[in-house]
Design a protein around this ligand. Structure first.
Ligand code: SAM
Length: 264
């Protein structure tokens, strides 16, 4: 199996991933990813969740009648996902997927592209996703937006720290983030422009049929966490985000973008 770089493995071995989307403003990422995927996926599909982490999405997909197989390079994640009803989980890498050609109706890549800094590796992962999806199948990939670290550190006040600001500005210019153990910023990462992932999918012979801003601008609103605790306000926020989700000029404001491609 292709080896995950040590610093990425160490980052995920801290064990934060299972709770990440279950509290705070990050709940927007969870509910909005669900909202978009529920509209895109056929019923009772065979789903491959590549880079599926601890199974935060595999869990509700399996409960909704899909047959879900999860692959992730972090053993801690796989151990957790393997306990979920209806989910099969094993260790593996999106760069080299140990799965037969054309064996899934849906392939999800909601995480691996965040950590592939080399264009050739991103193309390889996308080509693998295409290879294992059946004719007429669906591939959905998530990317982190180029400006998300800038918006996030500005939102949190960390951008006022000159060292953090310098490093964030490098990621704005290059898309690439290299971690330093002391700064508490993300691990090795690549941040996409919305149009860039369309080109990369095209290079893997995957024609994009839709792009969806996951959090839109809502993740930047300071009252959002408490609004999400209120079911009526949460429903209104989710409705508002549907209105803006595919507006091309707003895509890059969202922290995450989902891009969908249907195989011919
Ligand atoms: C931020 S988490 C996202 C987890 C989950 N898919 C979600 O949407 O919440 C990124 C995941 O990608 C996985 N990952 C990183 N590099 C990968 C690679 N080369 N192949 C497959 N998975 C990878 C990590 O182990 C981690 O579980």
């Amino acid at each position: 199996m292709q080896r995950l770089p040590d610093e990425i493995l160490a980052y995920y071995e801290r064990g934060d991933e299972d709770q990440r989307l279950r509290a705070g403003v990050e709940r927007l990422e969870f509910w909005r990813t669900q909202d978009v995927l529920r509209r895109l996926l056929p019923s009772a599909a065979r789903v491959l969740d590549l880079g599926g982490g601890t199974g935060v999405h595999a869990e509700w997909l399996a409960a909704g009648g899909h047959d879900v197989e999860l692959i992730d390079p972090v053993p801690l994640h796989v151990d957790r996902a393997a306990q979920l009803p209806g989910v099969t989980a094993r260790v593996g890498n999106a760069l080299d997927v140990d799965v037969a050609d054309e064996s899934f109706d849906v392939v999800l890549l909601l995480g691996p592209l965040y950590h592939l800094t080399e264009p050739a590796d991103r193309l390889r992962a996308l080509a693998e996703a295409r290879r294992v999806a059946r004719t007429g199948g669906l591939v959905v990939v998530a990317t982190i937006s180029r400006f998300a670290p800038l918006h996030d550190t500005l939102r949190l006040g960390r951008y006022f720290d000159a060292d953090v600001r310098d490093r964030v500005e490098i990621s704005v210019a290059t898309g690439t983030h290299r971690p330093r153990s002391s700064d508490g910023l993300f691990t090795t990462a690549y941040f996409h422009e919305p149009g860039e992932i369309v080109d990369e999918l095209g290079a893997a012979e995957l024609a994009v049929t839709g792009q969806f801003g996951v959090e839109g601008a809502a993740w930047l609103i300071s009252d959002m966490d408490s609004w999400l605790d209120d079911p009526d306000r949460r429903a209104a926020v989710l409705r508002a985000l549907r209105l803006t989700e595919s507006a091309p000029r707003l895509l890059g404001v969202s922290a995450h973008v989902l891009s969908a491609a249907r195989l011919p």
